[in-house]
Write a protein that binds this ligand. Structure first.
Ligand code: UDX
Length: 444
């Protein structure tokens, strides 16, 4: 039989996607979580996170009898058909960034403590979370089992397209110092036909950081280039289109923005810097990538300040601003490390009054000192500028004439360059973006 018995511990973005997708590939999957309420909801097919296709896949696989949910890792051990033991255990528990940028492994440790001794001989323990180099070795130490192998199999899922990314991956990475175990894990994905990199544990662990930090560097580079465009009268859209045709660079991940955020890129860049520091390696390029991103937030605040007051040093005190989009990117309800919220905090520090609208957070309500409105026009009432912070598609087609009719000053600052500047301009608004020709800064 093709299907393997797979236990997944943790039903967050990664765990639930992994469980449901592995079930759809024909494996028998038992997902465990310590949150009993969540498990009960999942059994009824209720998925708390916003992720396209995930709820449908969970219901479909649960009905097909390939996917089930239990409370606690211990309960998963006896939950397979005919009480047979799990063959593979996926660890998909959170590894938050702890003090000094080091990932906090307590959740991994507690799973090992709970079920490590009970695993059948020959079980493979797979780490899917992004963890510091050396964690596979550390996990093996904690396990104290010579008959249970540890494998690192990093995930590369993006929020908002996790199922699609899982079932159509660019590559599968499996690393272990036990090649037989690595091959068994790779075989779970065989039906996907994706290129597979079989390597040692440390290389697999480093690969995830290498990928995410490279992406962060690409974005910091583009944001810096957009700033340069403003100084030399060039257009970042044309520049990135032009360089993107070079296959060595590629068109993806070249949109300037308010800075990168989310649950992975900020955490991973800091963690890799920590890995480098502890290996006595001064990773200047990575530090500059992070610094450029921090600076980008201040740059947006300065742009808003200049647009609203006409002065670089103008005051934003008591200035009412409408913020459109608060999630860290479009297509998710995730606010973790959202650049929009970081910029909002800086604007508030500067004394501005903030009203926000996000399609995922309908008002009335309040979030971090931002009054939530129930639509963009309501948010724009009396505002001295409308600031677009997340690239929600619906912001492309806003009725700018209506917005211009309710704002105090007709200004839109588009930090994602998603609004065609001609549209608000026709409605009488001044449109400010990032690195477009009309954003050229005339040095005085
Ligand atoms: C990322 C990685 O892409 C994924 O492979 C990894 O597994 C987890 O981290 P995710 O955090 O879901 O995924 O977000 P992603 O789509 O990569 O965006 C990250 C940040 O970069 C967001 O703040 C986004 O708005 C920003 N971004 C992305 C840009 O500013 N411009 C772009 O062109 C692309």
């Amino acid at each position: 039989m093709f299907g393997r018995r797979v236990m997944v511990v943790g039903t967050g973005y990664v765990g639930l996607t992994t469980g449901a997708c592995l079930a759809s590939l024909g494996h028998e999957v038992v997902c465990a979580d310590i949150d009993a309420g969540k498990v009960e909801r999942l059994r009824r097919g209720v998925v708390d996170i916003v992720e396209p296709d995930l709820a449908e896949l969970v219901s479909e696989q649960t009905s097909a009898g390939r996917l089930s949910f239990v409370v606690g890792a211990g309960a998963a051990l006896g939950a397979f058909e005919d009480s047979r033991p799990a063959e593979v255990l996926f660890l998909c528990v959170p590894t938050p960034m702890g003090a000094g940028g080091v990932a906090d492994l307590r959740a991994v440790e507690s799973v090992i403590e709970e079920v490590g001794a009970e695993l059948a001989a020959g079980t493979v323990v797979v780490n899917k979370s992004t963890v510091p180099v050396g964690t596979a070795a550390r996990t093996a130490e904690l396990l104290e089992r010579t008959d249970v192998a540890v494998v690192s199999n990093p995930e590369f899922l993006r929020e908002g397209s996790a199922v699609k990314d899982f079932l159509g991956p660019d590559r599968i990475v499996v690393g272990s110092d036990n090649q037989d175990a690595a091959e068994r894990v790779a075989a779970l994905y065989a039906r996907l036909g994706a290129p597979t990199v079989l390597t040692d544990a440390a290389s697999a662990e480093l690969m995830k950081y290498a990928a995410n930090c490279f992406l962060a560097m690409k974005l910091s580079y583009v944001n810096a280039m957009a700033e340069l465009c403003e100084r030399v009268g060039a257009d970042i859209g044309d520049v990135t289109e032009g360089i993107g045709y070079d296959r060595r660079i590629g068109q993806a991940f070249l949109s300037p923005g308010p800075g990168w955020g989310g649950s992975c890129l900020p955490k991973d860049t800091h963690a890799l810097l920590q890995v480098a520091d502890s290996a006595d390696f001064e990773f200047r390029l990575l530090r500059a990538t992070i610094d450029t991103n921090t600076r980008q937030r201040q740059r947006i605040v300065d742009k808003v300040r200049l647009a609203v007051t006409g002065k670089r040093t103008g005051s934003l005190s008591r200035v009412r601003l409408a913020l459109l989009g608060l999630t860290f990117k479009a297509g998710t309800d995730d606010l973790r490390d959202s650049p929009a919220l970081a910029i909002a905090a800086l604007l508030r520090q500067a004394g501005a009054d903030l009203v926000g609208f996000d399609p995922m957070l309908r008002g009335p309500g309040e979030l971090d000192g931002i009054t939530l409105a129930s639509d963009a026009v309501e948010a724009a009432q009396g505002a001295e500028a409308v600031v677009v912070l997340t690239e929600w598609a619906e912001f492309r087609t806003l009725d700018w004439a209506e917005i211009a009719g309710v704002t105090k000053q007709p200004i839109v600052v588009d930090t994602r360059n998603i609004v065609d500047p001609a549209t608000p301009r026709r409605a009488g608004l001044t449109a400010v973006g990032l690195g477009r020709q009309q954003d050229t800064v005339h040095q005085t």
